[in-house]
Design a protein around this ligand. Structure first.
Ligand SMILES: NC(=O)c1ccc[n+]([C@@H]2O[C@H](COP(=O)([O-])OP(=O)(O)OC[C@H]3O[C@@H](n4cnc5c(N)ncnc54)[C@H](OP(=O)(O)O)[C@@H]3O)[C@@H](O)[C@H]2O)c1
Length: 298
């Protein structure tokens, strides 16, 4: 039985160690993102025995324990036992089955942190009861501790629980808390965002080669341009408009290039791409909710 938010605030024991701002963490679904998060937590100072993992295949578990030194379980209930934050890192379509597995086993004081794209907190609350659920959307720069994670609280989440979620996700980058209705937009902007940047990198590298640059030099020029520009955007208080104005001389090369991009619909294409990704995220959330109903967990 789960405790309502009011009571949960005082419930830091109940078999689960809150660990101050370093809560113990179980990662259920240790695939690509789960492994990245576990690696980030270890780099940030979590010890292997403060973490646990769950995977579906024995060889995946063995590989993870070998690489990370963290216990990996084929049974998600064993992985979650005694851990304060239970991270759900399976694909959205696998969420209902995982919830069916763990729904009877969560303990008072445990907090669910879902990374599943598009799946609303209501799907978890319907399946699990009055459990605190936070929905988060990180991105893959987590691999180099440069993620941005937006997260939104469900109905039964306290301020303290939100701080613990922030401490977990800040192990791999920055965080921002938002209303849940904005999470599909977050998925479309920063969750999917790295793919847009990779596509730009690919196109720019191809263009550089077409202009006669050797491949290795083209790649270095593009990678470092993207990295440096990202750092300028993140570290100066200047808007992209101001930064672009700084590199645009009247009648110069940048003005000529930007004119071509605007004329070919660059800006509108980005807006349409983000809208399509947000719509797809909403559809995936609806499908996960329907699957939950069909499987009887939601
Ligand atoms: N990758 C990203 O950029 C990104 C960014 C933000 C959010 N997300 C979200 O993060 C989640 C994971 O994405 P991913 O790319 O890491 O997917 P992934 O590599 O497929 O990882 C999911 C893992 O969960 C395992 N699994 C499935 N059901 C399980 C169960 N009942 N018990 C234990 N393990 C189970 C899968 O096992 P098998 O290997 O046997 O299939 C797989 O290894 C998704 O919901 C996605 O929407 C991903």
């Amino acid at each position: 039985m789960f405790v309502p938010a009011r009571r949960y605030r005082n419930l830091t024991a109940g078999g689960c160690d809150t660990g101050g701002m370093r809560p113990t963490v179980a990662i259920l679904g240790a695939g690509a993102l789960g492994e990245i998060l576990a690696g980030g937590l270890l780099r940030a100072g979590w010890s292997p025995d403060e973490l646990s993992l769950a995977a579906r295949r024995e060889e995946r578990c063995a590989e993870l324990t070998d690489r990370l030194g963290v216990a990996c379980h084929l049974d998600p209930i064993s992985a979650a036992a005694g851990k304060r934050v239970v991270v759900v890192a399976v694909k959205p379509k696998d969420v209902p089955a995982l919830l069916a597995q763990i729904q009877a086993a969560l303990e008072p004081g445990q907090l669910v942190l879902s990374l599943a794209a598009g799946v609303p907190t209501s799907v978890f609350e319907t399946a699990l009861g009055e459990v605190p659920v936070v929905r988060a959307m990180p991105n893959t720069p987590a691999l180099v501790d440069e993620a941005i994670t937006a997260y939104a609280p469900g109905k039964f989440v306290t301020e303290d629980a939100l701080k613990e979620v922030a401490s977990v996700m800040e192990a791999v980058g920055k965080t921002v808390v938002l209303e849940e209705q904005l999470m599909d937009a977050v998925t479309a902007v920063s969750g999917t965002g790295p793919a847009y940047v990779y596509l730009l990198a690919e196109a720019l590298t191809d263009a550089a080669i077409r202009e006669g640059l050797p491949r290795h030099a083209a790649q270095l020029l593009v990678d470092q341009t993207l990295k440096g520009t990202g750092a300028l955007l993140a570290e100066t208080a200047l808007s992209p408009i101001k930064l672009r104005a700084q590199v645009t001389s009247p009648g110069g090369t940048t003005a000529a290039a930007v004119h071509v991009l605007e004329e070919s619909g660059f800006r509108a294409a980005i807006e349409d791409a983000v809208r399509a990704a947000a719509q797809r995220s909403r559809e995936m959330g609806e499908a996960a909710a329907e699957d939950g109903n069909a499987s009887g967990v939601a």
